[in-house]
Design a protein around this ligand. Structure first.
Ligand code: ADP
Length: 215
């Protein structure tokens, strides 16, 4: 619920869960605040359906509110249920061919992998744009591994992560896509990240549409 609510609103919910039905006056007392201070919070919580207010009885918790159901869904749906196929290029692919691949595959992010399919880097639209605009290097010769964002600086997700966590990573790190990886350790004890999917802002928008349609 942290996405939607302030710390004080969460405290109010906890109190109502424990002591409800409880009057606004009593909630205020427990928080050492005045009833007037709490009024906007109580109004938000009742309008959103999280709390139910009954005259002369007080506030009670409504675990069935649509907001709580939505939050629960976002913590339930896993990356494996909505990821897309990854679109990958090899490290020696030229910048020119990477740009062509972006168009032909209709994606905004390419993942760069080694011969075993292990994640090495990420190339975004603007990475390609910067390279083609910024200097006179021959994009038909220049390999993508010179311009990509490389490991270990890549933000990844896994099949088991929730839609909420994947979306939070995209927002917090200001990127458009996350590679879905399967981590494994080879016989020499080195950790590798096999690319098994792709989560993008488009995937997340589609989930919102489905949730909006009650699916
Ligand atoms: P664009 O640059 O086209 O707006 P992004 O916002 O996704 O696309 O990319 C911004 C920068 O972050 C680029 O330099 C890109 O290489 C890098 N980047 C993209 N995705 C990731 C990721 N999952 N982890 C780390 N860096 C990323």
């Amino acid at each position: 619920m942290k996405i939607f609510l302030t710390e004080r609103q969460e405290k109010i919910i906890d109190i109502v869960k424990k002591h409800g039905p409880i009057t606004g006056e009593h909630i205020a007392k427990k928080l050492n605040l005045t009833r007037a201070t709490l009024r906007p919070d109580l109004s938000i919580l009742t309008r959103s359906g999280i709390l139910e207010a009954r005259p002369r009885v007080g506030y009670s918790y409504n675990g069935n509110s649509s907001l709580i159901k939505l939050a629960n869904q976002l913590h339930k749906i896993r990356v494996r249920d909505f990821k897309s196929l990854p679109v990958v290029v090899g490290e020696n692919t030229t910048v020119y061919n990477a740009a062509v691949k972006m168009f032909t595959e209709d994606v905004g992010t390419l993942f760069v992998v080694d011969q075993k399919g292990n994640l090495q880097g990420v190339i975004s639209r603007k990475d390609l744009l910067k390279t083609t605009l910024g200097n006179n290097k021959d994009v038909q010769q220049l390999p993508v591994n010179v311009i990509m964002t490389r490991m270990p600086n890549i933000i990844t997700t896994t099949n088991d992560e929730t839609v909420y966590l994947a979306a939070k990573k995209i927002v917090d790190h200001e990127v458009d896509a996350l590679p879905v990886v399967r981590t494994f350790i080879d016989s020499q004890g080195v950790e590798h990240f096999e690319v098994v999917g792709r989560v993008t802002k488009t995937n997340l928008a589609k989930i919102l549409v489905e949730l909006g349609e009650g699916k």
